[in-house]
Design a protein around this ligand. Structure first.
Ligand code: ASP
Length: 463
């Protein structure tokens, strides 16, 4: 099937083209009808008059907004006074010779030529395939693609290997609840969806890969916030062997500087990224994430590092829990504190912040099985639990483990800051509602009794 893309027809004045796309809008001036035709590459004005080509004109009269049509016509220059500087194709238009309706559209449930922020979230996500027709969202997905593509090329050129790790897996604690998937083959047992590929990437270091990355999907059952998606999100997960914290910071810093300057065409607030110890950050800003920009210039990205975190913290539910996760190494000089005053030990954690958001965290890891065992014990795990949950990792550390560390910047978070969006959902194709229901397909849903029986599961009503 032949099709000219709207984004490519500016140079085709005088030539015949065949366009296919959606009716964005139609202006009927009696003998003259204008259609703004949209495809994935842009919008162009189609003109048809009753005296030039009657059948095209009659079809144009019927074409409601969002109908899919195909148009054959000739590209011509607009006269000076009709030039539209706001449109990439504003100097041209297409004089239609034939218009055909491919698929008609009923009235859409909300306007799609606005930015969409004013529309109820549930309705937008129910009809996400219409919501995504909004130029702002198409733009966001395009930038997302470019950023991810850039990351892949950049890290590949530096010798990194992209590796996919399992989704059906075992719990890896990152401080949230797990999503569980029942096993049919072993009734009563469950897989956990990974909160991150943390343990697998460490095992890849034991395997000798040295430089790994993955555009990784992570699953966490925690309460949503505007800067935290419910359910699933995407990280650039990376890990390196034989490195210091400085090596990880420097690689991340040059990658993100290039993304900001070369992909987004924006400015980095301060280079090299300023660094704050956790204590300094708390003293100065009252938090471990903060916005360094005085005026919130949307074209500036203020990236900074927070370092020297405490290894443990007290939370609402636990007396002692990992500030980052249990695989983060304590600072060497603080090792003796593990026995006496563990709350005073500091760690090799590093957090990357951007315009007030924490966009990534990582660390140098523990690679000594005894220290790892001790950390689990301090966190309150019994020896049996440690063996059952993490025995594989402790065992792996006995077969020649290189020193290693890494980081995992959140792709959605970073894009939310980069695109000045108020919410993560604006940079994801099919996000969940804040109530935890999937876009369009409205999961989770009830399953049949047969399916539950096969899995050996009985459900009960929770008050
Ligand atoms: N797995 C960690 C996280 O998801 C990142 C890391 O330590 O590399 O925050």
């Amino acid at each position: 099937m032949h099709k000219n893309y709207i984004g490519e027809i500016n140079g085709l004045v005088g030539q015949k083209v065949e366009l296919k796309g959606w009716v964005q809008s139609r202006r009927d001036h009696g003998q003259l009808i204008f259609i703004d035709l949209r495809d994935s590459t842009g919008i162009v004005q189609i003109v048809t008059t009753s005296d030039s080509c009657k059948s095209a004109y009659e079809t144009a009269q019927e074409a409601r907004n969002e109908t899919v049509i195909s148009v054959t016509g000739t590209v011509r220059n607009r006269s000076e006074k009709y030039i539209n500087p706001k449109l990439a194709t504003g100097k041209i238009e297409v004089a239609a010779e034939e218009i055909r309706i491919t698929s008609s559209a009923k009235e859409v449930p909300f306007p799609i030529d606005t930015d969409g922020h004013e529309i109820d979230e549930f309705i937008r996500l129910k009809y996400r395939y219409l919501d995504l027709r909004r130029p702002r969202l198409i733009h966001n997905l395009r930038i997302r693609h470019q950023v991810i593509q850039f990351i892949r090329n950049y890290l590949t050129a530096k010798g990194f290997l992209e590796v996919e790790t399992p989704i059906l897996s075992k719990a890896t604690p990152e401080g949230a609840r797990d999503f569980l998937v029942p096993s049919r083959l072993q009734p009563g047992s469950f897989y956990a969806l990974p909160q991150s590929p943390q343990q697998y990437k460490q095992l890849l270091m034991v395997a000798g890969l040295e430089k790994y990355f993955q555009i990784a999907r992570c699953f966490r059952d925690e309460d949503p916030r505007s800067d935290r998606a419910y359910g699933e999100f995407t990280q650039l997960d990376l890990e390196m062997s034989f490195v210091t914290q400085e090596d990880i910071l420097s690689l991340t810093e040059s990658l993100f500087t290039k993304i900001v300057e070369e992909v987004l065409g924006k400015k980095v607030f301060q280079k090299p990224f300023p660094r704050f110890s956790y204590d300094e950050a708390i003293k100065k800003y009252g938090a471990d994430k903060f916005d360094l920009r005085k005026k919130k210039d949307p074209d500036v990205m203020a990236l900074a590092w927070v370092l020297d975190f405490p290894l443990f913290e007290k939370t609402e539910t636990r007396e002692i829990s990992s500030t980052h996760h249990p695989f983060t190494a304590p600072k060497d000089e603080d090792l003796p504190l593990l026995d006496s005053e563990p709350m005073k030990a500091r760690s090799w954690q590093h957090d990357l912040i951007c315009n007030g958001l924490e966009v990534g965290g990582g660390s140098i890891r523990i690679t000594n099985a005894d220290i790892q065992q001790k950390i689990f014990e301090i966190l309150g795990h019994t020896p049996e639990e440690i063996h059952q949950k993490f025995g594989h990792l402790l065992e792996a550390f006995k077969y020649g483990v290189p020193p290693h560390g890494g980081i995992a910047p959140g792709i959605d978070r970073f894009l939310m800051a980069a695109l000045n969006e108020p919410n993560l959902r604006e940079v994801m194709a099919f996000p969940m509602t804040s109530g935890g229901r999937t876009a369009v397909m409205d999961a989770p849903s009830i399953v049949s009794k047969e399916q539950l029986d096969e899995l050996g599961i009985k459900t009960k009503t929770i008050e």
